[in-house]
Design a protein. Sequence first.
Length: 554
Amino acid sequence: MPTKPPYDAYVHYLSQPLMKTTCLFEGGVGRNINGNMFALVRMMCTDSAYADYELVYSVREALLAAARERFASYGLDRVYFVISESDEYNRYLARAKYLWNDNTFPAYFTKREGQVYVNTWHGSGPKLLGMPDIQNSLRTFANVQKNLLAADYMVYPSEVTRDAYLRNYELAPFYNGTCLMHDYPRNDVFDNRGLYERVRAEQGIGTEQQVIAYMPTWRGAGRTAEGAEQVEIISRQLALIDARLRDGQLFFVNLHFLVSSQLSYDDYRHIRPFPRELETYDFLAACDVLVSDYSSVMFDYAVTGRPILLFAYDEEEYLSDKKLFFPYREMPFPIANTAEELTDLLAGDLSGVIYPEFQQRFCAYHTGHATKDLLDLVFFGQPKGVNAIPCTPALIDTALYVNNLGKKGKTDALVREVLARADEHTALITTATFSEGTIEAFRQLDGHIHLFVIVRRHVQTREEERLFELAQRNKFFNRLFEWRLRDYFAREAGQMLGDFHPRQICCLEPDGSYFMWMAKGLDCERRAITGLIKSGKKTREAAAVCLAQGYTVK
């Protein structure tokens, strides 16, 4: 039986005072030291207006040395590094007043009253995620939804991006924070002409040389999906490109780290990796052309107005499994399907590659000073240059609850029951247990009922764990210990639901699952509808213990 994560210390940290001037930054779940988080930290280190704030940056242990080297090379010596999900990290996660992320904090994250959470996310399209891509998104859907709903501020560089995330991650019915229509902090560097010239000089790049950045998206649904195959395919494509590039062209490659770490550049004449010592967007700002495929980087680089080309060697295969904001062939950028077509484009006149309508649609909030404007809004309440839009959640009266929509032989009956009860004032609370049945259930329910997907984490102290296990055994222990667990139930209900407070919760298949217990910590009516779905003896027994006190059974 697997060992449960050690949340005991984290829960105790939650009761300790907030550190009022401490900021915790995290990029790419601890795997990214570039982009928005780097831009924010750099500004805070170089502008005296933020001198009183403590800066803590979370990284995976394997990245710690590289992170220290990178930040030191930029003179950012105020930054303190912690290892992601370590005990020290959990202390800051629980106690730092200001939380900054471009992805998600761990599933056990419990946002406290008084904490200020800013989520800049890490990309603006063109891929549709969440519900439209549920077969690939299901495993992460719950924690993404949880983090975005927990954020006091969500940064969106375009209305298209905002509307897609509010819709596809089911945020609109539940979110009561603020959407900031605001450029990503990392894009400020594109306005720095001095940076363009300095980086090229430091890298030994001549003024007449054409610098091309190649930044493709990651293929596959997971972090390790098809890594070896991707290395083989990209190596083959790069060899073809290298053979056809002109002497005055340099082709710099920035690949996903799982691919780049396995790729050798020694045999290429024109192709090099992005300089390791530079932040990714600092170097991108010094490039003359961007070559991408389906990556969000094209939406960032578009603020420059410089040529963008799309190298889609697997267009038909990739798009058979992914949905985009709009048809790929409607992109305003030239598309090459082969290395020959790409190098022919690069050898030609690119002055005609312009896209003013695309810029107006996706880059309208670019100012060149997004980083400082965002910091001043969060720390000092100065909204200069920031279009802040408060969001109002839907009025949800009833939350239906089903622990697992994908139970074998029960999915169809559960979906029919949920649909029969669905209306604009009803939501479904469920888990993202991965199975084909769950995927199909989400597809059938999408658009018919508000969906709130909870993470499956038992964030307990050791004492809470012991008492809860006893309370689950029989009705006597349940009655004996439930009052001692009241605060635990309330905290865990908040950990899973955040600010979502329905008037009543109705369990359609009472099974004594974890959420049913934690819902006892909510100040709302709790009902259980029995007899809808035939269940086994153990399930009935577990439900009976849980239902004792706290639920109206029908």
